[in-house]
Design a protein around this ligand. Sequence first.
Ligand code: FDA
Length: 308
Amino acid sequence: MYHKFLLAASRRAAFKRVLLACPLTRAVAERFVAGESWATARPAIADLIDRGLTVAVDFLGEDTHDAAQAATMVCNYLAILDNIEREGWAASAEVSVKLSAIGLRLPDGENIARDNVGQLAQRAREIGTVVTIDMEDCSLTDRTIRLVKAVRQDYPELGVALQAQLKRTEADCRDVDAPGARIRLCKGAYDSPAAVAYHTAHEVDLSFVRSLKVLMEGQGTPLVATHDPIMIEIAQELAAHSNRGLKDFEFQMLYGVRPIEQERLVDLGHPVRVYVPFGADWYCYLIRRLADSPANLLFFLRALLPTK
Ligand code: FDA
C-alpha cells in the first residue's frame, strides 16, 4: 500500500519541492539515473557494454505540454542515436521512448507522436538499432498500442512494453504478438484504478506468468523485464518448455537494480539488457523506483539517516 501513497503524494507540488530541496535525494537518484547529460551517463553505459550487457537508453522527461517541447525531445533522442552510432554501440544499445514525452497528450497527439516515432525508428534503423516504446499510465494504453501497430507497418522491429498489472495484458500480448515483434513484459509502475488493474502482488504475478506464457509460445521475442527471482526462474522454465534457446528471449533490468543478478544471467549465456535513464528531469522516475520496492525505499531512507 505504501507505493500507492508515495505515487499519490509525489503529485503534490509541496512534496516535490521538499524532496528536490533535499541534497540527499539527488545522491539517491544517482543510483538509479546514470547522469544528467550524455557526457555524465556515457561512462556507465560504456561499462555495462564492456561487461557483456546491452542497454536501452531512456532520456528522462514525460508529459510534454506543447509541440515545441515534443520536438526538442525528438532532437534529444536523435542526438542519442548519433552518439550510439559514433561510439560504435548500435549492436548493444537501443533507445526507449515515452510517447507522452514526444507529444501523445497534445491535441492531435496521436498523429504527432506517430510521426515522431517514425522519425526515430527510421534513424535507429539507419544506424542498425531499434526503438522500444515504454508503457505509461492506463489512460494511454489503447493509444500506445494503436500507434505501435500503425508504425510497425513500416518498422516491424519497433518494440513495446506491456504491464502485467493491467487485466487486459494477457489479451494484449496475443494482440501485439507477430513474427519479429519485440514485446517487453513488466509488472507496471503506475497506479491504476481497480476496474482495470490487479491490486495484489500475487494477482500481478499470476498475470505476469500468464502473459509471459503467451509471449514465449508466440512468434516474437519476449523481453522479460523484472528483477523478481521467481519470475526469472519461471521465464527460464517457460522458455525451455517452448523450445526457445537462450538467445530467443531477453532479460531486462533497470540501471542500479540487482547488478549482481544481471551479471549472473549474462554468465549463464542469457542476453541481458539494462534500462539506462539519464537527464535532468529525474523526479518522476525516481519516485516510481522508490514505489517499486521496499528495498529501494529502504535504500533512500538509509541515505537520509545521519552517518554517525
Ligand atoms: P517487484 O518490484 O515486484 O519485486 C519482486 C522481487 O524482486 C522482490 O521481492 C525482490 O526479490 C526483487 N527485487 C526487486 N527490486 C529489488 C531491488 N532493488 N533490490 C533487490 N531485489 C529486488 N514499468 C512501466 O509501467 N512501464 C514501462 O515501460 C516499464 N519499463 C521497464 C523496463 C525495464 C527494463 C524494467 C526492468 C522495468 C520496467 N518498468 C516499467 C518497471 C516495472 O513495471 C516495475 O515497476 C519494476 O521492474 C519492479 O518490478 P519487478 O518485476 O522488478 O518486481
